[in-house]
Design a protein around this ligand. Structure first.
Ligand SMILES: CC(C)(COP(=O)(O)OP(=O)(O)OC[C@H]1O[C@@H](n2cnc3c(N)ncnc32)[C@H](O)[C@@H]1OP(=O)(O)O)[C@@H](O)C(=O)NCCC(=O)NCCS
Length: 155
């Protein structure tokens, strides 16, 4: 597995991974449809932000994307293709994202996580600092807001 800078022409492959990874949690298909925009990686979005892919046999199997917002740096995406989960690729991409974040001079990395992924981020050393409450199909949905302190020692 190699971690390489994602290219605009990877947009379709990365979009496919994001959708497949989100489906991995068993959400209803209409929820996936309502998240289509968020899960679509446009070529210019990849070009304008810090995006890296984990590549195996020439094909991306996961990726992350960092965005700079007015309140600092966000890990906007981190997705592993379902066939590649549980093999340390998420950990490797997260460590790479941390390194890039430090290199960019940031002190913290913010993450709005899928509730199912909170345990992963906690394992990586992020801590919950709040939550975003949304509603879908008249159901309350709480998304954990996590912070990774870039001043902490690398794991
Ligand atoms: C969550 C995700 C990024 C983890 O990536 P991964 O490659 O499967 O994780 P790794 O194999 O590197 O696991 C690293 C550690 O985290 C733990 N871990 C992984 N996923 C976890 C989860 N969902 N909950 C709790 N712990 C988890 C592993 O057990 C492992 O622990 P260890 O240090 O004891 O070995 C990946 O499963 C994924 O993309 N899932 C679906 C999409 C998603 O929700 N992504 C996050 C968007 S916010």
């Amino acid at each position: 597995m190699q971690i390489v800078r994602a290219k605009p022409e990877d947009a379709a492959a990365l979009t496919e991974i994001a959708h497949a990874a989100k489906r991995h949690w068993g959400y209803p298909e209409r929820w996936i449809e309502s998240w289509r925009d968020i899960l679509t990686m446009r070529p210019e979005f990849i070009a304008e932000n810090v995006a890296y892919s984990a590549v195996e046999e020439g094909r991306p199997v996961g990726f992350y994307l960092l965005t700079t917002e007015t309140d600092g740096l966000h890990l906007d995406h981190l997705w592993i293709a379902p066939h590649a989960v549980g093999r340390g690729i998420g950990r490797a991409l997260f460590a790479h994202a941390v390194e890039q974040s430090r290199r960019l001079g940031h002190k913290a990395l913010q993450i709005e996580a899928d509730p199912n992924a909170e345990g992963f981020y906690a394992r990586m050393g992020a801590r919950r600092v709040g939550e975003t409450v949304t509603e879908i199909d008249e159901q309350r949905r709480e998304l954990p807001l996590l912070l990774y302190d870039l001043g902490t020692a690398a794991r």
